[in-house]
Design a protein around this ligand. Sequence first.
Ligand code: SF4
Length: 197
Amino acid sequence: MRRLENKPPLPKTFFEPNDWAFQSRENIRLYIKKGGVLNIRSSRGCRGNCAFCTTPRLPRELKRFQARDISLVVDEIKNAVTGYGIEPVVNFTDDEFGDFERIEELACELQRRNLRAAFSLELRAAGMLKGSASAWKDLHSGGLCRVFTGLESLNKNTLKEWKKPVKPEELLQSIEKCRSGGILKLRSEVDEACGAG
Ligand code: SF4
């Protein structure tokens, strides 16, 4: 693989997620008019180690999972919604949003602030196994509409080779749990292969 010559040195410190500024969103109304949604990042890094992914190969400061406080995340949603008068339809652009408890915390905080938002998350299949079907249903009532997750293969040897920490049957369970809670899932190659769609 060709390496970049004269790479600029990495800064000595990085802003922690809790110190990130809220994005200015002057063009958000136009963007939404064209079919966009409010994109928000709530974390940095990922706890996965998938063989095909660049995130685990980043410098330690960037690859380690660091979550932003949910209260700040909801502040940013509220700011965008009230500041620009847009519908609260939010797409989280994290590598992974975090544990099941963190999703519950988000849904509770939105409810506590009386902010009815629809949101979609990027989740790891390993973490999705944690919630019961009824807990997923509650999250759906709390605004979770879509989950995007990488279900790359139903072959256990391939999963092992790609360093995915789940078995094929667990991947299928994770789909089933989401679906039984009424949550739509983005279709994936595995959905097609197993006829789960
Ligand atoms: S779970 Fe996603 S972001 Fe994390 S290492 Fe795997 S592919 Fe990369």
